[in-house]
Design a protein around this ligand. Structure first.
Ligand code: ATP
Ligand code: ZN
Length: 214
């Protein structure tokens, strides 16, 4: 493997994609963004861009298959992969929250005791419950979490919220925020000296872009 280039993994298509590409371009890195491509070479910086599902990015970075990745902190933390979070990127801000049916009276986190909670974030949820001395049943599902209470699958949900409109349209109210997230840059723990130097250059450019915006 070439230890003199940076392989940067970003989400192929989703809520992180556009801003991830924009950030790389704003850093002055040019590449041919051919539609449908899974990998592309930068033309003026020793880097390659990989286009992946966001959930796969922390694992690729841990293994060193990718050297850098852009993901939501929520996904990185949930994955529990051994990577370095090197910079917060300021976009894709959202929160991981617990929601219950609107008609349920909810007084506090102890009301979740003995309840079932549907989520795609079992690790972050179980940490939160343990920290609050609550024992609840975690029902892990891979999507369409918000529908769970109205169809009787679970008493509550724990899912990503930004405006809250998805919760509302499923008859839910947001009762606890357990994690605040934004896009972050993660890095492999096994960078060569050259790669560390390239990362430093890239971080310098990212910080300059961020300063110019504020
Ligand atoms: P993939 O197909 O790559 O697995 P996905 O459906 O899991 O994609 P997206 O919905 O594109 O993921 O969300 C990617 C990330 O964007 C989330 O993990 C979260 O960090 C952030 N995010 C999610 N929803 C919102 C939102 N409504 N507003 C802003 N950021 C969000
Ligand atoms: Zn995903």
């Amino acid at each position: 493997m070439n230890n003199n280039i940076l392989r940067i993994a970003i989400q192929k298509s989703g809520r992180l994609s556009e801003d991830s590409l924009k950030l790389i371009k704003e850093c002055g890195i040019r590449f041919d963004n051919g539609a449908g491509k899974l990998k592309t070479d930068a033309t003026n910086f020793p880097a390659e861009i990989l286009f992946l599902r966001d959930d796969d990015i922390p694992g690729y970075v841990e293994d060193g298959v990718a050297h850098l990745g852009i993901v939501g902190e929520n996904v990185s933390e949930e994955s529990n992969r051994n990577v370095d979070t090197v910079h917060k990127l300021g976009f894709s801000k959202c929160r991981l929250s617990i929601g219950v049916l609107r008609e349920h009276e909810y007084l506090g986190v102890q009301d979740l005791e003995g309840k079932s909670i549907a989520t795609t974030y079992p690790r972050l949820l179980s940490q939160y419950l343990a920290a609050n001395n609550v024992t609840a049943q975690i029902h892990e599902i891979s999507g369409s979490v918000e529908i769970a209470p109205s169809i009787g699958l679970a008493d509550a949900v724990c899912d990503i919220v930004s405006s809250g409109s998805t919760l509302l349209s499923n008859g839910l109210k947001e009762v606890e925020t357990i994690f605040r997230s934004e896009a972050v840059m993660i890095a492999s723990k096994h960078l060569s000296e050259v790669q560390q130097g390239l990362l430093d250059q890239l971080l310098f450019r990212i910080k300059s872009v961020q300063v110019a915006k504020n």
